[in-house]
Design a protein around this ligand. Structure first.
Ligand code: CU
Length: 290
Protein backbone atom coordinates (compact mmCIF):
# COMPACT_ATOMS: atom_id res chain seq x y z
CA UNK A 1 0.00 0.00 0.00
CA UNK A 2 2.79 2.32 0.99
CA UNK A 3 4.63 1.70 -2.29
CA UNK A 4 1.48 2.51 -4.29
CA UNK A 5 1.24 5.84 -2.50
CA UNK A 6 4.89 6.67 -3.01
CA UNK A 7 4.63 5.91 -6.74
CA UNK A 8 1.84 8.50 -6.97
CA UNK A 9 3.78 11.07 -5.02
CA UNK A 10 5.43 12.84 -8.00
CA UNK A 11 2.06 13.06 -9.76
CA UNK A 12 0.47 14.42 -6.59
CA UNK A 13 3.24 17.02 -6.33
CA UNK A 14 2.56 18.18 -9.89
CA UNK A 15 -1.18 18.42 -9.21
CA UNK A 16 -0.57 20.37 -5.99
CA UNK A 17 1.89 22.69 -7.75
CA UNK A 18 -0.58 23.29 -10.57
CA UNK A 19 -3.40 23.95 -8.12
CA UNK A 20 -1.19 26.36 -6.19
CA UNK A 21 -0.20 28.19 -9.36
CA UNK A 22 -3.85 28.55 -10.32
CA UNK A 23 -4.64 29.75 -6.80
CA UNK A 24 -1.88 32.35 -7.10
CA UNK A 25 -3.27 33.81 -10.28
CA UNK A 26 -6.80 33.77 -8.89
CA UNK A 27 -5.61 35.62 -5.81
CA UNK A 28 -3.28 37.94 -7.68
CA UNK A 29 -5.19 40.99 -6.57
CA UNK A 30 -4.74 40.18 -2.88
CA UNK A 31 -1.58 42.10 -2.13
CA UNK A 32 0.43 42.63 0.96
CA UNK A 33 -0.11 39.30 2.65
CA UNK A 34 0.52 35.61 2.14
CA UNK A 35 -2.40 33.58 0.82
CA UNK A 36 -3.36 29.97 1.42
CA UNK A 37 -2.00 27.33 -0.98
CA UNK A 38 -0.17 29.96 -3.03
CA UNK A 39 3.34 29.65 -4.39
CA UNK A 40 5.52 32.33 -5.96
CA UNK A 41 6.01 35.76 -4.42
CA UNK A 42 3.38 38.10 -3.09
CA UNK A 43 2.29 40.50 -5.85
CA UNK A 44 4.53 43.55 -6.00
CA UNK A 45 3.41 46.95 -4.76
CA UNK A 46 6.51 48.90 -5.79
CA UNK A 47 8.72 49.19 -8.84
CA UNK A 48 11.70 47.73 -6.96
CA UNK A 49 9.64 44.68 -6.05
CA UNK A 50 8.57 44.26 -9.68
CA UNK A 51 12.22 44.30 -10.69
CA UNK A 52 13.20 41.87 -7.94
CA UNK A 53 10.51 39.44 -9.06
CA UNK A 54 11.62 39.84 -12.70
CA UNK A 55 15.22 39.13 -11.68
CA UNK A 56 14.20 35.99 -9.83
CA UNK A 57 11.58 34.60 -12.20
CA UNK A 58 13.01 35.58 -15.58
CA UNK A 59 16.77 35.60 -15.02
CA UNK A 60 17.66 33.30 -12.12
CA UNK A 61 14.98 30.63 -12.28
CA UNK A 62 15.55 29.56 -15.93
CA UNK A 63 19.34 29.52 -15.45
CA UNK A 64 19.19 27.42 -12.32
CA UNK A 65 16.60 25.10 -13.90
CA UNK A 66 18.80 24.49 -16.94
CA UNK A 67 21.88 23.90 -14.76
CA UNK A 68 19.99 21.50 -12.51
CA UNK A 69 18.63 19.58 -15.51
CA UNK A 70 22.11 19.44 -17.08
CA UNK A 71 23.74 18.13 -13.90
CA UNK A 72 20.96 15.59 -13.45
CA UNK A 73 21.38 14.48 -17.08
CA UNK A 74 25.16 14.09 -16.68
CA UNK A 75 24.63 12.08 -13.50
CA UNK A 76 22.18 9.78 -15.27
CA UNK A 77 24.61 9.27 -18.17
CA UNK A 78 27.36 8.37 -15.69
CA UNK A 79 25.10 6.00 -13.78
CA UNK A 80 23.74 4.25 -16.90
CA UNK A 81 26.71 4.21 -19.28
CA UNK A 82 29.67 3.91 -16.98
CA UNK A 83 28.52 1.48 -14.31
CA UNK A 84 30.42 -1.73 -13.65
CA UNK A 85 28.14 -3.85 -15.83
CA UNK A 86 27.81 -1.54 -18.86
CA UNK A 87 31.46 -0.53 -18.89
CA UNK A 88 33.61 -3.32 -17.32
CA UNK A 89 36.99 -1.93 -18.50
CA UNK A 90 37.15 1.78 -17.71
CA UNK A 91 39.34 4.14 -19.71
CA UNK A 92 42.62 5.12 -18.02
CA UNK A 93 43.01 8.68 -19.23
CA UNK A 94 42.53 11.78 -17.11
CA UNK A 95 42.51 15.53 -17.95
CA UNK A 96 40.89 17.00 -20.99
CA UNK A 97 42.04 20.56 -21.64
CA UNK A 98 39.04 21.53 -23.76
CA UNK A 99 36.54 20.31 -21.16
CA UNK A 100 38.46 21.94 -18.31
CA UNK A 101 38.52 25.32 -20.06
CA UNK A 102 34.83 24.94 -20.86
CA UNK A 103 33.75 24.19 -17.30
CA UNK A 104 35.77 27.13 -16.00
CA UNK A 105 34.82 29.73 -18.60
CA UNK A 106 31.14 28.84 -18.92
CA UNK A 107 30.29 29.36 -15.20
CA UNK A 108 32.24 32.65 -15.26
CA UNK A 109 30.20 33.83 -18.24
CA UNK A 110 26.97 32.76 -16.54
CA UNK A 111 27.93 34.62 -13.35
CA UNK A 112 28.85 37.72 -15.34
CA UNK A 113 25.49 37.62 -17.10
CA UNK A 114 23.71 37.33 -13.72
CA UNK A 115 25.88 40.14 -12.30
CA UNK A 116 24.64 42.60 -14.93
CA UNK A 117 21.06 42.29 -13.66
CA UNK A 118 22.06 41.79 -10.04
CA UNK A 119 24.15 44.98 -9.85
CA UNK A 120 21.50 46.97 -11.70
CA UNK A 121 18.97 45.91 -9.07
CA UNK A 122 21.41 46.59 -6.24
CA UNK A 123 22.05 50.14 -7.43
CA UNK A 124 18.35 50.68 -7.96
CA UNK A 125 17.70 49.67 -4.34
CA UNK A 126 20.46 51.87 -2.99
CA UNK A 127 19.84 55.01 -5.05
CA UNK A 128 17.02 56.51 -3.05
CA UNK A 129 15.23 59.33 -4.86
CA UNK A 130 14.62 62.52 -2.86
CA UNK A 131 12.36 61.31 -0.04
CA UNK A 132 9.01 62.92 0.66
CA UNK A 133 9.18 61.91 4.30
CA UNK A 134 11.07 59.83 6.82
CA UNK A 135 9.76 57.20 9.17
CA UNK A 136 12.02 56.13 11.98
CA UNK A 137 11.46 52.53 12.93
CA UNK A 138 12.76 51.12 16.20
CA UNK A 139 12.61 47.39 16.83
CA UNK A 140 12.15 46.18 20.36
CA UNK A 141 11.40 42.86 22.08
CA UNK A 142 8.63 42.54 20.83
CA UNK A 143 7.06 45.46 19.06
CA UNK A 144 7.91 48.33 16.72
CA UNK A 145 8.00 52.07 17.18
CA UNK A 146 7.08 54.34 14.25
CA UNK A 147 8.09 57.96 14.44
CA UNK A 148 7.49 60.68 11.78
CA UNK A 149 10.02 63.47 12.35
CA UNK A 150 8.92 65.47 9.27
CA UNK A 151 5.33 65.56 10.45
CA UNK A 152 6.47 66.04 14.07
CA UNK A 153 4.59 62.93 15.11
CA UNK A 154 6.34 61.30 18.03
CA UNK A 155 6.92 57.57 18.27
CA UNK A 156 3.93 55.31 18.66
CA UNK A 157 4.36 51.69 19.60
CA UNK A 158 2.83 49.16 17.25
CA UNK A 159 1.98 45.84 18.85
CA UNK A 160 0.34 42.60 17.76
CA UNK A 161 -3.41 42.93 17.30
CA UNK A 162 -5.32 40.44 19.44
CA UNK A 163 -7.01 37.53 17.69
CA UNK A 164 -10.47 38.82 18.63
CA UNK A 165 -9.76 42.29 17.24
CA UNK A 166 -8.13 40.88 14.09
CA UNK A 167 -11.13 38.64 13.41
CA UNK A 168 -13.54 41.48 14.09
CA UNK A 169 -11.76 43.75 11.60
CA UNK A 170 -11.21 40.95 9.03
CA UNK A 171 -7.45 41.27 9.25
CA UNK A 172 -4.97 38.40 9.39
CA UNK A 173 -4.11 37.55 12.98
CA UNK A 174 -0.36 37.69 13.70
CA UNK A 175 0.12 40.10 10.77
CA UNK A 176 -2.26 42.85 11.85
CA UNK A 177 -0.85 45.49 14.17
CA UNK A 178 -2.41 47.94 16.57
CA UNK A 179 -0.74 51.12 15.36
CA UNK A 180 0.25 50.53 11.72
CA UNK A 181 2.71 52.68 9.84
CA UNK A 182 0.86 55.15 7.63
CA UNK A 183 2.36 56.28 4.33
CA UNK A 184 1.06 58.16 1.29
CA UNK A 185 0.83 56.39 -2.07
CA UNK A 186 3.29 57.25 -4.83
CA UNK A 187 5.68 59.06 -2.49
CA UNK A 188 9.21 58.08 -1.59
CA UNK A 189 9.29 57.10 2.06
CA UNK A 190 12.70 56.87 3.70
CA UNK A 191 12.71 54.23 6.43
CA UNK A 192 15.41 54.58 9.05
CA UNK A 193 15.70 51.45 11.10
CA UNK A 194 17.34 50.78 14.43
CA UNK A 195 16.75 48.62 17.50
CA UNK A 196 16.69 49.07 21.23
CA UNK A 197 17.78 45.70 22.53
CA UNK A 198 18.70 42.90 20.12
CA UNK A 199 18.88 42.67 16.33
CA UNK A 200 15.52 42.67 14.58
CA UNK A 201 14.79 42.99 10.87
CA UNK A 202 12.22 45.23 9.22
CA UNK A 203 10.72 43.54 6.20
CA UNK A 204 7.74 44.23 3.94
CA UNK A 205 7.76 41.73 1.04
CA UNK A 206 5.33 43.63 -1.21
CA UNK A 207 7.71 46.61 -1.27
CA UNK A 208 10.81 44.42 -1.59
CA UNK A 209 12.45 45.81 1.53
CA UNK A 210 14.23 43.97 4.31
CA UNK A 211 16.79 45.62 6.51
CA UNK A 212 18.32 44.72 9.85
CA UNK A 213 17.46 46.75 12.92
CA UNK A 214 20.71 46.86 14.86
CA UNK A 215 21.12 48.49 18.30
CA UNK A 216 23.39 51.55 18.07
CA UNK A 217 23.18 51.72 14.29
CA UNK A 218 20.87 53.54 11.92
CA UNK A 219 20.13 51.58 8.77
CA UNK A 220 18.26 53.08 5.90
CA UNK A 221 16.02 51.83 3.16
CA UNK A 222 13.10 53.25 1.22
CA UNK A 223 9.94 52.38 -0.64
CA UNK A 224 7.49 54.01 -2.99
CA UNK A 225 4.18 52.18 -2.93
CA UNK A 226 2.42 52.18 -6.27
CA UNK A 227 -1.02 51.46 -4.84
CA UNK A 228 -3.04 52.03 -1.71
CA UNK A 229 -3.79 49.16 0.63
CA UNK A 230 -2.57 47.32 3.66
CA UNK A 231 0.77 45.58 3.43
CA UNK A 232 2.10 43.19 6.01
CA UNK A 233 5.54 42.05 7.03
CA UNK A 234 7.21 40.36 9.94
CA UNK A 235 10.35 40.74 11.97
CA UNK A 236 12.82 38.69 9.95
CA UNK A 237 15.65 38.25 12.41
CA UNK A 238 15.26 35.66 15.15
CA UNK A 239 15.07 38.01 18.14
CA UNK A 240 13.71 36.03 21.05
CA UNK A 241 10.75 34.07 22.30
CA UNK A 242 8.10 36.42 20.86
CA UNK A 243 9.87 36.94 17.53
CA UNK A 244 6.77 35.69 15.71
CA UNK A 245 4.55 38.21 17.47
CA UNK A 246 5.90 41.54 16.28
CA UNK A 247 4.18 42.00 12.92
CA UNK A 248 4.67 44.95 10.61
CA UNK A 249 1.61 46.58 9.09
CA UNK A 250 1.90 49.44 6.64
CA UNK A 251 -1.23 51.24 5.49
CA UNK A 252 -0.70 53.08 2.23
CA UNK A 253 -3.33 55.78 1.82
CA UNK A 254 -4.06 58.61 -0.60
CA UNK A 255 -2.38 61.97 -0.02
CA UNK A 256 -5.58 63.68 1.31
CA UNK A 257 -6.11 60.75 3.70
CA UNK A 258 -2.50 61.01 4.80
CA UNK A 259 -2.79 64.77 5.36
CA UNK A 260 -5.96 64.23 7.37
CA UNK A 261 -4.20 61.62 9.47
CA UNK A 262 -1.26 63.96 10.09
CA UNK A 263 -3.68 66.72 11.07
CA UNK A 264 -5.42 64.37 13.49
CA UNK A 265 -2.07 63.69 15.16
CA UNK A 266 -1.15 67.37 15.56
CA UNK A 267 -0.93 68.45 19.19
CA UNK A 268 -4.14 70.15 20.21
CA UNK A 269 -3.68 73.74 21.48
CA UNK A 270 -4.15 73.80 25.24
CA UNK A 271 -7.56 75.19 26.26
CA UNK A 272 -7.22 78.83 27.27
CA UNK A 273 -8.39 79.52 30.82
CA UNK A 274 -9.91 82.82 31.93
CA UNK A 275 -6.82 83.67 34.00
CA UNK A 276 -4.43 82.96 31.06
CA UNK A 277 -6.62 84.98 28.71
CA UNK A 278 -6.45 87.95 31.05
CA UNK A 279 -2.71 87.70 31.68
CA UNK A 280 -1.19 89.20 28.51
CA UNK A 281 -3.36 92.33 28.66
CA UNK A 282 -2.74 92.99 32.35
CA UNK A 283 0.98 92.23 32.23
CA UNK A 284 1.72 93.93 28.93
CA UNK A 285 2.50 97.40 30.33
CA UNK A 286 4.75 95.85 33.03
CA UNK A 287 6.62 93.79 30.41
CA UNK A 288 7.07 96.86 28.23
CA UNK A 289 8.66 98.78 31.13
CA UNK A 290 11.36 96.15 31.63
CU1 CU B 1 12.36 41.01 16.18
Amino acid sequence: MRSTFSSFRPLAAVVVAFGAATATSALADIVGQPTDRAIDFQPAASLIRHDQIFFHNVILLPIISIITALVLGLLLVCILRFNHRANPTPARWSHNTAVEILWTVLPVLILMFIAIFSFKLLFEEHDMPRPYMTVKVTGRQWNWDYEYPDQKISATTSTLMSETDANASHQPYKLAANAPMIAPVGKVVRVQVTAEDVIHSFSVPAFGIKIDAVPGRLNETWFKADRTGTFYGQCSQLCGIDHAFMPIEVQVVTQPQFDAWVASKAPKPAPVTVAQAATPATLAPAAAQR
